[in-house]
Design a protein around this ligand. Structure first.
Ligand SMILES: Nc1ncnc2c1ncn2[C@@H]1O[C@H](COP(=O)(O)OP(=O)(O)O)[C@@H](O)[C@H]1O
Ligand code: SF4
Ligand SMILES: [Mg+2]
Length: 346
């Protein structure tokens, strides 16, 4: 599905089979109040060496998509259908033991709160050595040296000293670098970064994003970058999936997505990117909230918030869910404005 036109520098691998292919993934939570359709038919692919942005407001199902890929969804949540093909094998078919190996060696994940992911009672070097030890049969001394090297690689100054720090002795930015070092320790093919910079100051945010990009460039690992921030996506991603209420609503290479966003939701997200020196009222751009995922509207999930629907007098939006269609070459959208001749068909 990916078609690179945005001129980013990484190797064009669009003709190769994808590293990761998620097909029609559904993850529901079975609660007393009803079934929460957190992920409800999401499909996308990640090519080797590519940065795939997954963007959408809070509660759209981004994290649950990531956790589903790694089979880390807790009860009452359950993956009810779909496929997660990684290097041609469906991860949903693998045993728990096989998944532990995949998580350790092939797919790493980093989260928003680096400090809560680190163990507060162990020195960061010890935690890095533990990661190396579990998966490699190397001598203790070699692992310790490697831990220092990893800290150096993620840009931690004075790594020989820092390796003895406890997490509380580090800033949020340094702790996130340590998390990235742990994620990189086993040279994974895919790094899933879920809001990796959301908890950090703006300057530190830029440094951590630079680091992720540099590691991609140097090691050729693919990155699935999850964020609510369109600015981060514009800066980082080669190709973007926009999610809304548990489903993908638009997909395109970054440049065409920002040049000509097709979905009214994407248009709203882009319009709400703060411009330097200018404060925009986000709520003014996309009024309303993500719908209750227990009680989804029957037609287009964005219909209650969509101005385009009203402006174009579309009636089917509230009745029938639109399909994901290729509206431009390599540019996919789920909106009746582009289907069956669009508004003529209303
Ligand atoms: N334990 C849970 N029980 C019920 N619903 C849940 C649970 N965890 C997450 N959800 C639902 O899944 C939806 C998607 O969550 P999430 O993937 O974390 O969104 P995002 O990462 O995009 O902010 C949320 O709207 C939430 O209501
Ligand atoms: S299908 Fe209709 S309601 Fe949904 S985004 Fe398109 S125009 Fe708006
Ligand atoms: Mg999240």
């Amino acid at each position: 599905m990916s078609d690179k036109q945005n001129g980013n520098t990484h190797k064009d691998t669009s003709s190769e089979p994808p590293l990761l292919e998620v097909r029609d993934l559904r993850t529901y939570f079975f609660t007393r109040e009803g079934t929460v359709k957190a992920v409800d038919g999401v499909s996308f692919a990640v090519q080797r060496g590519e940065i795939r942005g997954i963007v959408g407001e809070s509660g759209c199902g981004k994290s649950m998509t990531a956790l589903s890929i790694l089979r880390l969804v807790d009860k009452p949540g359950r993956i009810v259908s779909g496929e997660v093909c990684f290097k041609g094998e469906d991860l949903l078919e693998k045993s728990a033991q096989e998944m532990t190996k995949v998580r350790g060696e092939q797919i790493s994940m980093i989260f928003q709160e680096p400090k809560s992911s680190l163990n507060p009672v162990f020195r960061v070097g010890t935690q890095l050595v533990e990661v190396l030890k579990v998966h490699h049969v190397a001598k203790r001394k070699a692992n310790e040296l490697r831990a220092v090297e990893l800290l150096r690689e993620v840009g931690i100054p004075d790594p020989e000293r820092r390796v003895s720090n406890y997490p509380h002795e580090m800033s949020g930015g340094m702790a996130q670098r340590v998390m990235i070092a742990m994620g990189m320790a086993l040279a994974p093919d895919l790094l899933i970064a879920d809001e990796p910079t959301t908890a950090l100051d703006v300057t530190i945010q830029a440094q951590v994003l630079d680091l992720i990009r540099r590691l991609r460039d140097e090691h050729g690992m693919a990155v699935m970058l999850i964020t609510h921030d369109m600015g981060v996506v514009a800066e980082m991603a080669d190709i973007v999936t926009v999610m809304y209420a548990g489903t993908a609503v638009e997909e395109a290479a970054t440049e065409p997505l920002f040049d000509e966003p097709l979905h009214p939701y994407t248009q709203g997200l882009i319009a709400s990117i703060p411009v330097m020196g200018q404060i925009k009222e986000r709520l003014d751009v996309i009024p309303g909230n993500v719908p209750n995922l227990i009680d989804m509207p029957p037609g287009c999930r964005f219909a209650p918030r969509c101005r385009a629907r009203v402006e174009h007098g579309l009636t089917r939006c509230e009745v029938e869910e639109p399909h994901m269609i290729e509206a431009r070459p390599g540019h996919f959208v789920r909106c009746w404005l582009y289907e069956d001749g669009g508004e003529d068909n209303a």
